[in-house]
Design a protein around this ligand. Structure first.
Ligand SMILES: *Cc1c(COP(=O)(O)O)cnc(C)c1O
Length: 369
């Protein structure tokens, strides 16, 4: 019998939100009615903060990260009939964003140990119809974005960066989210920066911002973020760096505890980079079947450990909907073998993170081959 972890396991509580600051901002909003304005001191402050944090000229607040990806693609000039390249393992909405424009997804495999697009696969994927690439940083692993940026420049292809999971991450001294011609951020409910809903699209050039404006403005903003939402993100930005460090320390504790467990690996990002952990991704050994993962997740649920499966990936999609480059073996494996530990665990104090890591280790040890 598994020893009973109380349903109120300490690592389930979110300790990374500045509750006091949020409370006083909400009180201020209630007093001055600024929550009711489309455009307010809050939306403008958030735009300015994001602009400086991501070193980008144009910031448009959006209703979600999902629509931010589509707006980014439209912004860089993707049109019906174009091809857009993306990893065969990615957030489902990114495939749909390409289709929503009437463009065709081109699927490229991810790296062998992880979830990010492998740049060595780009050359074989090129075609003259290729207009843009979507690059997502996923599960705590940052994409080799400098190399991909160079490839895009050499081939005159636009780069859209999906930084929804990694606000606060740095790659070679530059923020993740600042490498693309356009980039997407999410302030969704479970994300590192949250307004319950919301997002932003960042644009590096005037023409990109202009296309986004033309598409989104329909007498009013068709995909807005509200003043209320913008206001609660601001105090979270103040402590983003501190929280990024804390979550990284937490991720390292989990790595240490699981280092000797044979049936799981925790891929890392090569230096020089500082990652951000929306979820800490791990890969189960490839000889474990689907049932082993399902069983592990069920046991984790019973132990109040916030552990989930990864994305399903697109490798199995019909070739009527997309062009596939190669066998996409790594993406298929990632879809089967990924488990994700939610970030709430990681921002706790070290002893609590260690407890959660030990619990996970215990569950992994029980997996049947
Ligand atoms: C969450 C997420 C999105 C979408 O953000 P929403 O605000 O939930 O619409 C897009 N891409 C990635 C990689 C995400 O994790």
């Amino acid at each position: 019998m598994p020893d009973a972890t109380p349903p109120d396991a300490p690592w389930m509580t979110r300790v990374d939100l500045p509750r006091q600051a949020i409370r006083s901002i909400l009180a201020e909003l209630a007093e001055d009615d600024s929550w009711s304005a489309y455009k307010s001191v809050w939306t403008e402050r958030l735009r300015a903060r994001l602009s400086s944090l991501f070193r980008v000229t144009h910031v448009r607040l959006t209703s979600s990260g999902t629509i931010a990806v589509e707006l980014a693609l439209r912004g860089v000039g993707v049109r019906e009939g174009d091809e857009v390249l993306l990893a065969a393992y990615d957030f489902p909405g990114n495939f749909r964003a390409v289709e929503a424009i009437g463009a065709r997804p081109v699927l490229v495999d991810v790296c062998q140990d992880g979830w990010v697009l492998a740049p060595e696969n780009l050359e074989a994927a090129y075609s003259p119809r290729l207009r843009a690439i979507v690059i997502s940083h996923l599960h705590g692993q940052l994409a080799p974005i400098a190399e991909i940026r160079r490839w895009c420049d050499d081939h005159d292809v636009a780069l859209v960066e999906d930084a929804c999971q990694v606000p606060g991450a740095q790659i070679a001294g530059r923020p993740a989210g600042s490498w693309g011609d356009a980039a997407a951020l999410s302030f969704g409910g479970s994300k590192l920066l949250t307004a319950g809903r919301g997002g932003a699209v960042l644009a590096a050039r005037d023409d990109i911002a202009q296309r986004i404006t033309v598409f989104a403005e329909r007498g009013n903003d068709a995909f807005p973020m509200s003043s209320l939402q913008a206001a609660v993100v601001l105090p979270q930005l103040e402590q983003l760096e501190e929280m990024t460090n804390r979550r990284e320390a937490g991720a390292n504790i989990v790595r240490d505890h699981l280092a000797s467990v044979p049936c799981v690996t925790i891929p890392a990002t090569p230096e020089p980079a500082q990652s951000a952990y929306y979820k800490l991704g791990m890969l189960l050994a490839s000889d474990l079947g689907d049932t082993a993962r399902a069983q592990l997740l069920e046991e984790a649920r019973q132990a109040s450990l916030p552990l989930g499966a990864g994305f399903r990936g697109f490798a199995g999609r019909s070739t009527r909907r997309c062009r596939k480059v190669g066998e996409l073996a790594n993406a298929r494996r990632a879809a089967r073998a990924t488990i994700l530990l939610h970030h709430t665990v990681l921002s706790h104090e070290p002893s609590i993170v260690a407890q959660a890591a030990e619990k996970l280790k215990e569950l992994l040890a029980k997996i049947k081959r």
